[in-house]
Every structure is written in C-alpha cells, then in structure tokens.
Design a protein around this ligand. Sequence first.
Ligand code: ADP
Ligand code: ZN
Length: 606
Amino acid sequence: MMPTAIDVLHAVFGYPAFRGEQQAIIEHVAGGGDALVLMPTGGGKSLCYQIPALLRPGTTVVVSPLIALMQDQVEALHQFGVAAAFLNSSLDARAQSEVERDFAAGKLKLLYVAPERLLGERCLELIAKANVALFAIDEAHCVSQWGHDFRPEYRQLTVLHERFPGIPRIALTATADAPTRAEILERLNLGGARQFVSSFDRANIRYRVVEKENSKRQLKDFLAGHKGESGIVYCLSRRKVEETAEFLNDNGIAALAYHAGMDAALRAHNQQKFLREDGIVMCATIAFGMGIDKPDVRFVAHLDLPKSLEGYYQETGRGGRDGLPAEAWMCYGLGDVVTLAQFIAQSESGEERKRVERAKLDALLGYAEIPSCRRRHLLGYFGEVVEKNNCGNCDNCLNPPAAFDGTELAQKVLSAVYRTGQRYGVGHLTHVLRGVDDERVRNLDHDRLSVFGIGAGFDEKQWRSVFRQLVANGLLATDAEGYGVLRLTAASRAVLRGEASVPLRKPASKEERRATRKSARGERVRQSLDIAPHEAPLWDALRATRARLAREQNVPAYVIFHDATLLDMLRARPRKVDELGAIGGVGAAKLERYGVAFLDTIRAAG
Ligand code: ADP
Ligand code: ZN
C-alpha cells in the first residue's frame, strides 16, 4: 500500500502532527497540483515539498538561492535517511558529475540546485532525461524586483514550465504582501496554482519594547534571562556590532560579530560557528540572517531601530523556528528615530523614495509606542485582521500600560515647541519645560517664555516618553533634514485649541521605573525553555551528547535533534528503544543512529 503524508511525517521525520496547512498543501502537491505557499519563517515550508518528494516517484528538484545553506539542508535530510544532494558552484568537477550520475540514475529523492546552475543547458538536458517528480521553488519572492532579495535568474524560471509542462511546481515564500504575491504568480506563470496563505502570526515569539537608557546594561540584563541560549543582536552600524560583541565577551557571554565590512572568510567562519555550536550570541548588522534556518534561535534583540516593520518582522522571525518560546526584544529611544531620519535625509534617493522611507519609519515608531497588543498591530500592518485584543504574549498584553489623559501634557509640549519657534530638539525643549536654567536657555532668553518651567513635575525621562508618544501619534514631526528639530503638524492645532484630546501611556516616575526593573529582574531568571533546577543535569547531559555527535560528523547540533526533541526526552525519560521512538522528532533513521547514545545518557542520569 502507498504510504500517506502522515505516515511519512511519522516514520521519516518522527513528528507527531502537521502544522497549520501543511497537510492540505502536501496532499495537493503530492497529487500533482501546482501551489503557491505563503507561510511565515519557521512555519514549516520545507516539509511541504519534502514529503511530496518522498510520496511521488522520481526526483524533486529544489531551486534555492542560498548556496551556503544547501549543504546543511542536504545534511539534515541525510540524517533523516533521505537520499538528497545539491548542485552548485561549491562542488568540484568530480563531485558534480557524481551527483549528476545519481540524479540520472534515479537514486535521489531531492536535488537542490542554485538557479544559475539550473538554467544552464547542461542541467536542463539532465532534467529532460531524468524522472523529475516536482519542482520546488524556494524563496520565490526573489522574482520581485521591489524586494531586497531580487535575483534576476528567478525570472527565467518560467523555462521550467515551458519545457516541462507536465511536472507540478510549488513556489514558497515568507514574504506576505499582496503585490509580491501577484508578482510571483505572474513571473513564474503560476496563475493556475492553488494558493495557500497561512496566518503570519508567530505565536511562540514574545514581543517586548523597552525604552533606551543605557543600552549595553539593558542588553546584559536581558541576556541574563537567556543564559546558554543562541540568539541574534542586531545593531545599526558595523562599529556598534564590534563594540557590542566585545562588551558581551568581556562580560562572559560568548558572542561573535558579523557585518559586511568584515573579511569574508572570518564572516563565514563566524556564521558557521553560530550555526553549529550551542549558545552563541551573534552581534550583527542586517547583513546577517537571510536564509539562516537555525531552528533554536531563542531571542532576537534590536539595540537600534530596524529600518522598517517589514524588516523587523523578518528579523524577529528568525527566532523560535522550532516552535519553542522565543523573545523579540527591542530597545529604542528618540535618538534612534533622529538618526534614521538623518540617514534618509542624507541618502541619494529621490524625493518619492524618501517619502516612502519616512512613512516606514513612522510606522515603526507607531509600533514602538503603541499601548495595546503589539502582535495585533504588527499583523494588522501586514493586512491580517486579528480578532483577539489580547495575545497574552507581548509586553503590553502581559502588563497593560495604564491609560491616561495626556491632553494637558500635550498642550504644554506643543506650546513649548511653538513658543521657541519650532527650531529645537527634545533636549532643549525638555529643559525649557522643566525650567532648567542652563546657559543655552539663558542665551536664548527662553527663561522668559510663559512655558518656562510649566512642566517641573516630570523628570527628564518622563518628558522624553511624552515626546516620543507625540511623535508616534503624529502630533509632532521630526524635521526632514534629520537634525532632530521638532515641529508642529497639521494635527497639533486642534490639540492646542483644546478641540482634541490626547490619550497617552502614563510616563513612569522614577520609583515606578525602579519597581519595573526589579520585577523584570525577577522574571529574567527564567530561561526560555523553563528548565527546572532538578532537570538541569540531564538537560546538560542530553545537550552534551548531541554536541559530541554533531562534532563527530561536523554538522550543526540541531541536525541531530532539535531542542524540542531533547525537551521531550527530558520530560518523558524514555528507557527503551520503542519509548524513545515515540518522541517527536525521532524518526526511524535517527532512532537507529542515535538511539543508543541518548538512552545511555538518560540511564546514566539515573
Ligand atoms: P520555514 O522554511 O517555513 O522557515 P522550516 O521548514 O525550516 O520553516 O521549518 C522550521 C522548523 O520546524 C524546522 O526545523 C522543521 O523541522 C520544523 N517543523 C516543520 N514542520 C513540523 C511539524 N509538523 N512538526 C514539528 N516540527 C516541524
Ligand atoms: Zn499582545
């Protein structure tokens, strides 16, 4: 009897159940249908073509732009006992002809090919002669000229359909927006394909935004809650990347740096180390991350504002691909907004482009300052309507900020901006409001203004919070030149005239801020995976066994078993082979290869 999709999921991959729409997609594609799959990062796109590849006779050809990762993907399949290989420029002539021979002889279930290689006549002829089951086009958004991953060769992939009309195709991407989707359908000639659009919610990622005070100290506090875990820390500049990595290493946290200005070999080395070893913190610019499918990234921290919400979602989406809890943490201040506005102002782009970029920055600021559910706001930005008001897994849902009528405060700020001639930034304006009698204030005669000292009841940080919220609400605008000068907007007038009210998040007082820090410290003792102290010895032993097996074969640790699988072993403590085989992620091939090693580890722990 023919195996079914679920049989293959159990027997080969050892997973107990499908996620989301996987089953419907797999059945459609295995039955010979074309498909376009939109799923967030970590949604489980690979299985959507890997299982059809195992169900259909012949070889599935996977087009992927990420040469550096093909080897790991193929290695992961070998670990599951699946015959797979890749063709790209990293192979020498002999290795290449060997793969070609295996392909022609029907020995492979999956063949990963770089697009430029696939389009060559040599490869197309090979495909014509071989028995091809399916074409899988991964990272399909690379056809889009508007995205940042544009790959011209992707547009020529229509040749597959023209030359091999009888072979089904599945295109996959994590890029959600409608224009990109339309472009994929058109460019890849997939008009007749069935579309599978998943929710882009990543329920296991916890979103948190904190106000920037001393970002290094804040990062260190944050990482104290993620000891021994792998994660990414994004910084805006190369210099900051290096400084941050150094700072973390000085504080006993194993960190590496990655940015485009580094020597290519060192960069590749660091990436490899991050992928292969447990518990490394990668400090990086956004040059890092495309196609990093390390499943056990437990946190993604932004020390600076990302460039856009799209970028933010993609970057944070690299956390928790294995479905276990992960945290997206961002530390930001108004200074970041000014810096980004400056970048935009000084860039070579045309006016139209600058306008778009400023709108993106505003959207980001709106996200950072929103008092309600961040997940709902994020998904809403991508056009997904979320019914629930409270996701239960973002800072605002976990600790709802107190609602507060900020109309009077807003009026004070806007008057101060107006009276000082709309020519100053937050620092000076705050001094005026608080009645700080410094040299600048005196030189400008600002101590004689009616607004001088009208906000003495708030400290500097509280005023900064008010300013940020007013900018986020569109009641103040940062100058287009990027000097950090604040100006009134069209919406400010109604507030000044008392015609509109301004709900704000109440800016926390010094005592309140101290209390929050303290409770955060209490919370942060908990690691993502909630390993209890009495479980720690076995957990460490399981990880050590995994690390040893990975080192012996020079493969990433997660290729042996995911954290989720080790966690199940920890909790179930299987003693016999069949008990171990029932653990999620332990398929037949892995049971045979590693069963003894892990059963020994569990037995040794008593
Ligand atoms: P994507 O390509 O969509 O980002 P992947 O295909 O890499 O996601 O899947 C993310 C991780 O989740 C992988 O490590 C994969 O093994 C795991 N995974 C996928 N589907 C399932 C499932 N049904 N059950 C358990 N784990 C799964
Ligand atoms: Zn929420």
